[in-house]
Design a protein around this ligand. Structure first.
Ligand code: HEC
Length: 162
């Protein structure tokens, strides 16, 4: 019984603590603040996984890197993804219009956690009804596929790298 009263007091205190007043003057830095989803601002925008910092991308596309990515995409991804049409998964040509490069890398490298915790990935799973599998790529391999996506976004008329 004592325990119960203790709990009651704690929850009451919490209740009063949270309900009291507005958040004025509460200027905690936005990057460490967690959203209601439990994700940091960085994670909201860039996903959850091994990529925890912004990737520095050169403005020019590195064609050789993109070609490696293309080959990997053919063997590991094209069974489910096409460039311009919805298939088992979403079309990928416009991927970088809706997702940041870091998000794309995290989705490739850490899909299970993404689908479990990230609201956008959860929405995708609901829509496509198939979980994106982990293809066990290295970070470098995922980076080549990112370059392939960058190339394909830029060359909308091409179906393969020319
Ligand atoms: C077995 C089918 C399958 C394979 C193979 C597959 N994917 Fe997916 N992928 C999906 C599905 C389905 C979704 C959307 C639902 C989800 O996220 O679970 C998805 C989502 C994604 C997303 C997120 C798209 C967005 O708009 O947020 C990216 C990025 C992605 N896949 C990249 C890849 C890459 C790169 C490969 C190859 C290394 C790959 N996928 C292999 C089925 C697949």
């Amino acid at each position: 019984m004592k325990k119960l009263i203790g709990l009651l007091v704690i929850s009451l205190t919490l209740f009063v603590g949270c309900g009291g007043g507005s958040d004025t003057g509460n200027n905690k830095s936005a990057s460490t603040e967690k959203e209601s989803s439990g994700l940091t601002d960085f994670e909201q925008k860039n996903g959850i996984g091994p990529v925890t910092e912004e990737i520095q991308l050169p403005s020019n596309i590195e064609k050789e890197l993109a070609k490696k990515g293309e080959a990997l995409f053919e063997t590991k991804c094209s069974a489910c993804h096409k460039l311009d049409e919805r298939y088992v998964g979403p079309a990928q040509r416009d991927l970088l219009d809706r997702r940041s490069p870091e998000y794309v890398m995290n989705m490739i490298l850490n899909p299970a956690e993404m689908v479990k915790k990230h609201p956008e990935a959860q929405k995708m799973l609901q829509e496509f009804m198939t979980p994106m599998p982990n293809q066990n790529l290295s970070r470098d391999e995922a980076r080549t596929i990112l370059e392939y996506f960058r190339y394909m976004k830029k060359h909308k008329d091409q179906m393969e790298i020319q």
